[in-house]
Design a protein around this ligand. Structure first.
Ligand code: G4P
Length: 290
């Protein structure tokens, strides 16, 4: 679903998260492991303030494992703990209670020193649309309870989901808005499906993707579409269009007159990328961040 975010929505979303923060001990900031920087809300530090936070690199099953390790190092260097998960299949999800405990170790120890029995850690999941918030909440709950369809400003009664006795989670996530002012981040968000196609031109998104794939995952691209003589980089848009055309020809995406149907080819490429058929891929590196 495409959401039109307006300043009023953002203010309301920020206020709603600030209200929820009063109820919880730890924030789980959900990012897309394929685009950890582009899937981050630009104001997340300001919004979460001093609340302990665990960065969850979700959809790790679709991301390049080496790059996920790089990103974890990057976030650690910024003082943020990270954990890679696959909310769909559940990989890494059962470690969440322990990861949260590690973050709150000192607080828990103080409670123990005072003779108090530590109560379950209360957590809130936050993230931009499509990053997997509902999937993770449903996985932790063991059933479908999360309200799907992110809409800023829609309030409803919230409840706690108990997970394994040590962790409690708010069933309504904090919904953040994506980056708008960085066009490259926009392409990455569109490539992974976080922004729907109608926001950007499909063939432009495909050309952006091809540039990244040719430079970082050339052999996977060659293998998937049987491409010959793929260059090691694409210096301009025309070079990317040439590769898109080759894929279209190989896959029979042809319109009358024998021309390549670029839109159909772009759809095919993006579907293959998003479903992991091209292999595990990460579309941005921490070395270019900051
Ligand atoms: P949201 O609440 O943050 O908006 O995201 P949601 O849970 O609805 O997840 C968005 C899509 O991402 C869903 O696909 C979901 O299955 C998928 N997803 C979530 N976590 C993971 C993960 O760890 N690995 C993989 N591979 N996929 C994950 P969908 O229902 O097909 O939606 P869409 O792709 O049609 O948007």
């Amino acid at each position: 679903m495409t959401i039109q975010w307006f300043p009023g929505h953002m203010t309301r979303a920020k206020r709603q998260i600030e209200e929820k923060l009063k109820l919880i001990d730890v924030v789980f900031e959900l990012l897309d492991a394929r685009i950890p920087q582009s899937s981050r809300n630009p104001m997340v530090d300001e919004i979460t303030g001093t609340k302990p936070r665990l960065v969850l690199l979700n959809k790790a099953d679709l991301a390049d494992a080496e790059q996920t390790a790089e990103w974890s190092r990057y976030f650690r260097s910024k003082g943020l703990a990270t954990h890679a998960i696959d909310a769909n299949a559940g990989a890494g999800v059962k470690d969440l209670a322990n990861k949260a405990k590690e973050l709150l170790q000192e607080k828990i120890q103080r409670q123990i020193n005072k003779g108090m029995k530590p109560r379950p850690i209360r957590a809130l999941i936050i993230g931009i649309p499509n990053v997997g918030k509902s999937t993770l909440i449903n996985r932790l709950a063991g059933r479908n309870i999360a309200v799907t369809g992110d809409r800023p400003g829609v309030t409803k009664g919230q409840q706690w989901i108990r997970f394994g006795g040590e962790l409690e989670l708010l069933d309504t996530p904090g919904i953040l808005w994506p980056k708008f002012d960085d066009p490259v981040a926009g392409f990455r968000l569109a490539a992974t499906g976080a922004i729907k196609e109608d926001v950007l031109h499909l063939d432009e998104v495909a050309c952006f993707v091809l540039k990244v794939l040719v430079e970082s995952y050339g052999s996977a691209l060659k293998d998937r579409y049987g491409l010959e003589g793929l260059p090691s980089e694409l210096p301009d848009m025309q070079a990317a269009i040439d590769v898109l055309e080759s894929i279209g020809k190989r896959r029979g995406c042809i319109v009358s007159g024998g021309h390549v149907d670029y839109e159909k080819t772009a759809t095919l490429l993006l579907r293959d990328l998003r479903s992991g058929k091209l292999g595990r891929m990460t579309l941005e590196s921490p070395e270019f961040t900051d």
